[in-house]
Design a protein around this ligand. Structure first.
Ligand code: PHE
Length: 336
């Protein structure tokens, strides 16, 4: 019988399991009412007196081994074992860093370029009234040019609307400040346009305004040329006559992109030129609306869509990508 106990002792010591039911079976087999240990204690009576001492010691050591094993296999002590096996000197898992949205990256680049020549950033509300979005900008009620910016109205008479451009910020700034002034107005704008790969009902603009004595069209052209050189590395631009109610004369600016690759051919439709912004000399009527003397001061304004610039810089083909927030797209801007 002593040998049998020795065998069981080895079996207990070698028992390994992390399965709950196996551990429970083990406990019942040894510690249960009709288990191995109780069976030995029962039989203790029958053991001849001279063997009782050895036998008692053996059973006790088996009992201790069983209890130690059950303790070792308890769930909490198990996790301790796992922790001890971990290599605590191993470097931690790297934290996933977020990235700036491409719109913000490019917006900040544009702001930096204009900051270096003295422009400050101005802000204004996205919900506007008729005066700041239209009328003060020389777009009176019933003016056909209002149709160019199909508008989301929140209320009518008096009109409350989502701004269709950030020119409204320029009006607010001119109302509250004295020339000379050089500002940029970046922000979200809203137009009731069908969503497609090239247009969206929400997009971002950045507009600029410079008012001072003797500001000329030459200043405007040189500033834009400086900007395209800094942002795109391209200094060849052309200005095509255009129309905006708030500028006179007005122009569209094209930058010469070149025709060096398939992509250049595709995005410039084979011309080499890309349209990047609208601009012009601030109409004297606008200056009058904000109580700036047009005989003393003049100025220029320009405005561009940020999405369009981002799409050019990073060769993106679908404007909807900016609003989907697909991590696979956003991640690619991590290192920029
Ligand atoms: N506000 C014009 C637009 O949204 C852009 C622009 C700004 C044009 C300033 C000229 C001068 O279309």
């Amino acid at each position: 019988m002593l040998e049998k106990i020795d065998e069981l002792l080895v079996e207990v010591q070698n028992f390994r399991s992390s399965a709950k039911d196996e551990i429970e079976q083990f406990r019942i087999r040894f510690n249960g009412k009709k288990g191995v240990l109780n069976d030995f204690f029962e039989r203790f009576k029958e053991v001849p007196n001279e063997q009782k001492r050895d036998f008692g010691q053996k059973i006790n050591s088996l009992k201790q081994a069983v209890n130690a094993k059950l303790e070792e296999l308890k769930p909490s002590s198990q996790s301790q074992i796992i922790v001890e096996k971990e290599d605590l000197t191993r470097p931690a898992f790297p934290l996933e860093l977020g990235s700036r949205h491409p719109i913000n990256l490019v917006k900040n680049k544009i702001i930096d370029i204009f900051k270096s020549i003295g422009f400050a950033v101005a802000d204004g509300p996205e919900i506007e009234d008729d005066w700041h979005n239209f009328t003060a900008l020389n777009l009176p009620e019933y003016h056909p040019a209002r149709d160019m910016q199909d508008t989301f109205f929140i209320e009518q008479n008096p009109d409350v609307l989502l701004r269709t451009h950030t020119s409204s910020v320029q009006i607010r700034y001119m109302e509250n400040n004295e020339p000379p002034m050089r500002i940029l107005a970046p922000g979200r704008v809203f137009r009731n346009e069908a969503v497609s790969s090239r247009s969206h009902c929400i997009f971002h603009q950045i507009e600029g305004l410079y008012i001072d004595e003797n500001v000329s069209f030459a200043d405007l052209k040189q500033t834009i040329q400086f900007f395209t050189t800094e942002l795109f590395g391209k200094s060849k631009i052309r200005m095509r006559p255009s129309y905006f109610p708030f500028t006179e004369p007005s122009a569209e600016v094209d930058v010469y992109w070149g025709l060096n690759s398939e992509t250049d051919y595709r995005i410039t439709k084979g011309t080499g030129w890309l349209e990047i912004m609208g601009c012009g000399m601030v109409d004297p009527a606008v200056l009058k609306n904000v109580n700036i003397d047009p005989d003393k001061f003049s100025g220029y304004a320009f405005g561009m869509g940020i999405e369009r610039i981002v799409m050019l810089l990073y060769q993106m083909s679908d404007i909807r990508m900016f609003f989907e927030n697909d991590i696979r797209m956003l991640e690619q801007f991590k290192t920029l």
